[in-house]
Design a protein around this ligand. Structure first.
Ligand SMILES: Nc1ncnc2c1ncn2[C@@H]1O[C@H](COP(=O)(O)OP(=O)(O)OP(=O)(O)O)[C@@H](O)[C@H]1O
Length: 451
């Protein structure tokens, strides 16, 4: 178990020397700064456990920075001040940030406080190493106890009981398919099938047959009757995934069934009544897709009787660590093992922006699980840097390049660096393999049109 880390910001050199004589400092890994302007950023970047701040000029900007970056709850603070009333330090104390010592300082009290910090930090670390269970709430197949998820559960519970079509919007890997599954499970249709169709991967020749089925002999190769998804899902729920990726000419066919409530299998004279609840999903902004003429507005309004947004993982702060433990606990149960996770690792997980959402988090834990013998340590985490960081690090992005071109470049580069391996590429980019195929198909079509 490593030593906890302590950050000291101090420009009073004499005081610093006195502090450094405190024996308890040996128990910490200490970082010292005298940079009056940059200390808050240094504190944030360093992932520290505790901090001693000489708060001569502590003002609103400092308070806002520490508050916005959640440092008040993550770090144990000791503030040292001249004793002049300071409302921002008072606010820090009200938020439970730690201790405020006023001049003249009693070094032995500061020392005792640091010893207390050390003791409970060490205890936290030991406890965290034993973390092997999941303690999150679950609704249907969805796991999470953050405010955003609890709100989503309430909405799902309400909408599931109606017959309204639901349109789910959310980033790739955020859990749209699980939401669709959960709506089905919580609805009256739960005893009937849930059928998922990837609308972006429909073959143009077979789209009618996939949607509505065909009868034997309807076309060459139709050796027997085939049920389309509307029939397969009869009485249940039809999940239209990536619906905005469906070619426009196919969207018309879908719209017709939704309007008339009827469909006819290819080659059949009989009209069937549709009896499905439609739940559709996309990771695009639907209004943008409509404006870009990729998605029919009339179809959107048919599908979006009830629009539902799945929040990205980065907005579900409290769930990140819970989900990490949840995936670890499941892996342990599957493998009949007892691996655990270190506190520092959990901190790194919490600080990551998770561009690939829950899927990326799940894969990260599963990879770390394989690499770790008993305890998952920070070096076992293979975290993808966000595209933004990579751009900041110097990838050449010409000004004015469209987002679509940027996306294509990122996909092609990642694919090349993985020697064409699509599942590794999808995993690194934080998208599903099926989304990757869709996008590659689209680039191919486009280059076909261009050439
Ligand atoms: N709230 C959650 N609780 C547990 N697991 C989750 C949750 N959200 C997502 N996952 C897991 O993350 C992965 C991705 O989820 P899902 O396929 O539902 O995402 P999606 O938004 O439909 O992705 P895509 O847009 O790529 O199709 C799955 O392995 C799923 O089990």
């Amino acid at each position: 178990m490593g030593r906890p880390s302590l950050f000291i910001f101090m420009d009073d050199l004499e005081l610093l020397q006195e502090l450094q004589r405190l024996p308890v400092l040996q128990e910490f890994i200490v970082t010292i700064s005298s940079d009056t302007d940059a200390w808050p950023q240094q504190l944030q970047a360093g992932n520290f456990d505790a901090a001693i701040i000489e708060a001569k000029q502590f003002d609103q900007e400092h308070f806002d920075f520490l508050n916005q970056h959640h440092l008040l709850s993550d770090i144990d603070f000791i503030f040292l001040s001249s004793g002049k009333p300071n409302p921002y330090l008072d606010k820090m104390m009200l938020r439970g940030a730690g201790y405020h010592f006023r001049k003249p300082y009693h070094l032995n009290r500061i020392g005792t406080t640091l010893s207390d910090f050390h003791e409970h930090l060490a205890r936290d670390r030991q406890q965290s190493e034993k973390v092997i269970t999941s303690d999150l709430d679950q609704f249907g197949l969805l796991v999470g106890s953050s405010k955003a998820m609890l709100k989503l559960y309430r909405t799902i519970r309400k909408v599931a009981q109606t017959s309204a079509n639901v349109f789910i919007v959310g980033e790739s890997g955020a859990g749209k398919e699980l939401v669709a599954n959960t709506i089905h499970a919580a609805s009256e249709r739960t005893d009937h099938p849930f059928v998922a169709l990837n609308c972006g991967a429909l073959s143009p020749e077979l789209v009618d047959s996939e949607l509505f089925g065909h009868v034997k002999g309807a076309f060459t190769g139709a050796h027997k009757d085939h049920q389309g998804v509307f029939e397969q899902a009869r009485g249940g729920t039809l999940f239209l995934d990536e619906v905005t990726e469906m070619p426009l000419e196919h969207q018309v066919k879908l719209l017709r069934v939704l309007e008339s409530g009827e469909f006819r299998p290819v080659g059949s004279q009989t009209t069937h009544m549709a009896d499905v609840r439609i739940v559709a999903a996309t990771n695009r902004e639907p209004i943008e897709a409509i404006n870009d003429e990729l998605f029919r507005e009339d179809l959107y309004f048919r599908l979006a009787q009830f629009p539902l947004q799945v929040p990205p993982l980065r907005d579900r702060g409290e769930d990140i660590i819970g989900l990490a433990k949840h995936f670890l606990a499941y892996r342990n149960a599957q493998e009949k093992q007892n691996k655990s996770i270190d506190m520092e690792t959990l901190k790194n997980i919490k600080a990551h922006p998770w561009p690939g959402n829950v899927r990326e988090l799940k894969h990260t834990i599963e990879r770390a699980y394989i690499l770790a013998d008993d305890i998952i340590m920070p070096e076992h985490l293979i975290l993808q840097t966000t595209p933004r960081t990579r751009v900041e690090e110097g990838i050449d992005v010409p000004a004015g390049m469209s987002l679509e071109e940027l996306e294509q470049a990122a996909i092609e580069r990642t694919l090349a660096s993985n020697r064409g391996n699509k599942s590794d590429t999808a995993q690194q980019l934080g998208i599903s393999v099926k989304t990757l195929y869709n996008k590659l198909g689209k680039y191919q079509q486009r280059s076909g049109k261009d050439s």
